[in-house]
Write a protein that binds this ligand. Structure first.
Ligand SMILES: Cc1cc2nc3c(=O)[nH]c(=O)nc-3n(C[C@H](O)[C@H](O)[C@H](O)COP(=O)(O)OP(=O)(O)OC[C@H]3O[C@@H](n4cnc5c(N)ncnc54)[C@H](O)[C@@H]3O)c2cc1C
Length: 287
């Protein structure tokens, strides 16, 4: 399978995050989402992993199935949390032997609806998992970047230092979602100042539900600008209006990012295709 690092050298990428379905109904919905997304010709799709291993088989099965279909290159997320080193090796060996060579190495977060903190794994930080993946096979390994700093980081300088260290041993990064393009450009400048010029794909999450966005923003340390918060709160009782604002905001953000020369756009689809399709079509950039 082609490494995503090679695909990124071919031009501005378009990628979509999906999660493995939990039920038969969700599986059917995902089939429709995939069918609707294929015509956008995404460069790759990244498949999330439930920290603690809750989606271990489902992530694996979806990644392998998408790879076999050959319509889009999949990337498997994998997390350190709650896993032993040997469990991680087993997962990586299985991917390697099945020809899956794109992995996103993460520390791991508890699911949105969980109140229990995650058990620490034998490997603590994502950088350890990057190194393990590179030992196990010839993987293209991506990592997460946090434009506004990770909530656990005591300050932005140490956040950027650890990120630069992680990027030195990996191939590219995908950012947490954000609403202000300046945060992204500052991150890229900070990395350049630390000698890192590998691709950093900005993550875009169209707002479709007010509560989910606040919860995710709190967990990831993302600022929801006050003017945006006021706009969505004014229409919070009307899901169609919330979604419309979410799409408008994402189009503006994507335009600013493309104008600034980003290497690609990565969409957090939340397993829904409509908003991503609407945004990509409005950009008239990828066809
Ligand atoms: C694109 C993307 C996809 C994601 N997909 C998933 C998913 O599928 N499943 C999931 O559970 N979560 C996922 N997450 C969430 C991610 O697991 C969390 O953001 C997590 O809290 C941090 O992950 P990380 O890989 O950036 O961690 P790390 O790189 O380990 O960083 C975490 C914190 O530790 C600090 N740090 C890093 N290295 C060191 C070191 N050596 N010593 C001391 N401090 C250090 C960092 O500065 C930061 O504050 C995703 C996030 C992104 C951006």
């Amino acid at each position: 399978m082609t490494k995503i690092s090679e695909l990124l050298r071919q031009g501005t990428s378009l990628s979509v995050e999906l999660w493995p379905p939990r039920s038969r109904d969700a599986q059917e919905r995902l089939e429709n989402v995939l069918t609707e997304l294929y015509p956008l010709h995404p460069t790759f799709t990244s498949i999330t992993y439930g920290a603690g291993g809750s989606t271990r088989e489902r992530t694996h099965d979806l990644v392998v199935r998408i790879a076999r279909e050959g319509l889009i290159t999949p990337m498997a997320h994998l997390v350190c949390a709650a896993h032993s080193r040997s469990e991680l090796v087993d997962i990586l060996v299985r991917y390697r032997d099945e020809g899956i060579n794109n992995v996103l190495a993460l520390m791991g977060d508890p699911p949105l609806d969980s109140t229990t903190p995650l058990e620490q794994g034998e490997l603590v930080h994502a950088v350890d998992l990057v190194e393990l993946a590179k030992e196990v096979g010839d993987f293209c390994v991506a990592v997460a970047a946090h434009p506004e700093g990770h909530p656990l980081s005591p300050d932005i300088e140490s956040d950027r230092d650890y990120l630069a260290r992680k990027m030195k041993v990996s191939d590219f990064a995908i950012t947490q979602f954000f609403f202000n393009a300046d945060h992204y450009f500052r991150l890229v400048d900070d990395l350049a100042g630390r000698g890192i010029d590998k691709p950093v794909l900005p993550g875009i999450m169209p707002i479709t539900k007010v509560r989910t966005v606040y919860k995710m923003a709190e967990l990831s340390g993302t600022e929801v600008p006050s003017d945006l918060a006021e706009r969505v709160e004014r229409v919070a009782g009307n899901p169609d209006d919330v979604r419309k604002i979410g799409v408008e905001v994402a189009i503006d953000l994507a335009r600013r990012l493309l104008a600034g020369g980003v290497p690609g756009l990565h969409f957090y689809t939340m397993n829904e295709s409509a908003a991503t399709i609407e945004i990509v079509n409005a950009l008239s950039y990828f066809h």
